[in-house]
Write a protein that binds this ligand. Structure first.
Ligand code: SF4
Length: 233
């Protein structure tokens, strides 16, 4: 399996201590990607070694998180890792960009938590992200939302200039999920160097967007580097 690294985290899966695996490979080229080295990179690591690493950490972790890159791109390996996590009684969280609804459908019964990127209004993906995958993301959202034992978080990185207030409103009107998170764009590491000139949105800006979106979603959170995760009342 191609991965960019593994670490233990207390923040990637809320309420759990997790082993996080950063997988390599992604079909998209989001200009604000903050893991650009993982889009085509990573190192080949034997699946057995990954399982051993999980087993060796069993005493102090209670969950496994796969993030990327896009984990579903390496479907066969991912399926084996999930099954290993389940046999090991670990909770499992998957971060995904929603490109692969059919693959998600096949493993959704094993997934306790899906964090799904909703990067743009479903009908504006091509314009904003450069890939016409809005319908796939919508399908992925429905699969995760309709899975009885899966918690679904939809999340949008708010990049000023790429997205605007109307886009956030449009997204919030068209998603169904257990939690919607508007997260702060950070200009320090990005795929497209031009975005280094874009200011990081402030907490105040995100809070104003959240107040608009709140009319359409049940539970909403903003995420900033300064204040962390904040549920919006
Ligand atoms: S932000 Fe995520 S979906 Fe976009 S290119 Fe980077 S890894 Fe892929």
């Amino acid at each position: 399996m191609i991965i960019g690294g593994m670490l233990v985290s207390t923040v990637e899966y809320p309420g759990y201590i997790s082993m996080v695996i950063f997988t390599g490979g992604c079909l998209l080229r989001c200009p604000y990607c903050h893991n650009p080295e993982l889009i085509t990179g990573g190192e080949q690591v034997n699946l057995r070694e990954i399982k051993e690493e999980i087993d060796d950490s069993q005493e102090f972790i209670d969950s496994l998180v796969l993030t990327g890159g896009e984990p579903l791109i390496q479907y066969d390996e991912l399926e084996k890792i999930i099954k290993h996590a389940k046999v090991s009684k670990l909770k499992f969280k998957l971060d995904t960009n929603g490109c692969y609804p059919e693959r998600l459908k096949k493993i959704i019964k094993y997934v306790d938590y899906v964090a799904l990127d909703v990067k743009a209004p479903f009908n504006s993906y091509e314009k904003i992200i450069g890939a016409p995958i809005g319908e796939d993301v919508k399908k992925s959202m429905k699969i995760a939302y309709n899975s009885p034992n899966t918690f679904l978080e939809c999340r949008t990185t708010y990049v000023p200039g790429l997205l605007n207030k109307e886009d956030i409103l449009n997204i919030s009107k068209n998603i169904t999920c257990n939690l919607y998170t508007i997260q702060q764009f950070r200009n320090r590491v990005v795929l497209d160097d031009k975005l280094k000139q874009t200011n990081n949105p402030t907490r105040k800006e995100l809070m104003e967007l959240a107040q608009l979106a709140k009319n359409y979603v049940d539970k909403l959170m903003i995420k900033t580097s300064e204040f962390g995760n904040e549920i919006v009342k």
